[in-house]
Write a protein that binds this ligand. Structure first.
Ligand code: ADP
Length: 202
């Protein structure tokens, strides 16, 4: 139904190739899947897979704070003082500090506990609320990491399906976003998206 292709190898980034897979038009927006480092994306906003404390952590959270500098954490601390952290499935926004992105949207995905504790819906909320906050702040382009699939243990393929479905649903109603980029870090996440796209699941 949709055009699916592996576009090109975009040259070495930190010693490996960054592949760009699948550019798919949904409404006004392009949905793209790439393998790369989210801290290097030049989108208006990038999304951080944060934890509820907003005080930083490992994985993508650590990478974003390292690359973006102390300003982002200062803003997170101010948000925490004002509203007491960020509940699972919600999203808050800060500036991008030293990043190329103007904004960082911090969302909290669910910790995987076997699948019967509302994890799917909470992950859907994390994507949906991040997209909503991006639009409210006039972002036109946004990049996501694979929320919850690292330390939080959410099964990769199940998470990829939720990400794609939620983005598609959002874009059928929204006309302001121009690009939603799903950034995979490891090969496994990239393959999961590739398979889903190949199946025409979106
Ligand atoms: P969570 O706690 O939500 O599981 P993690 O940061 O542990 O978050 O992992 C989420 C995903 O982000 C994992 O797929 C991990 O491989 C990926 N990741 C880690 N560092 C980066 C990065 N610099 N750019 C993009 N993705 C990253």
């Amino acid at each position: 139904m949709h055009h699916t292709s592996i576009d090109e190898a975009k040259g070495p980034t930190e010693g490996r190739l960054q592949f760009s897979l699948v550019n798919m038009q949904i409404g006004n927006a392009l949905v793209s899947i790439i393998q790369g480092d989210i801290t290097q994306q030049e989108t208006d906003a990038i999304v951080n897979a944060a934890n509820s404390s907003l005080l930083g952590g490992g994985g993508v959270d650590g990478a974003i704070h390292r690359a973006g500098g102390p300003r982002i954490l200062e803003e997170c601390i101010a948000i925490r003082a004002a509203q007491g952290g960020c509940p699972t499935g919600e999203a808050v926004i800060t500036g991008g500090g030293n990043l190329k992105a103007r904004h960082v949207i911090h969302t909290v995905g669910p910790v995987w506990r076997g699948g019967s504790y509302g994890e799917d819906e909470l992950l859907r909320n994390a994507y949906r609320n991040s997209l909503r906050v991006a639009v409210e702040n006039n972002a036109r382009t946004i990049a996501f990491p694979c929320i919850s699939t690292g330390a939080y243990g959410f099964p990769v393929e199940r998470a990829a399906r939720i990400a794609l479905e939620t983005v598609r649903e959002f874009l059928t109603n929204d006309k302001s976003l121009h690009e939603v980029r799903l950034v995979t870090f490891g090969e496994t996440d990239f393959q999961a998206y590739a398979r889903l796209m190949g199946e025409g699941s979106l």
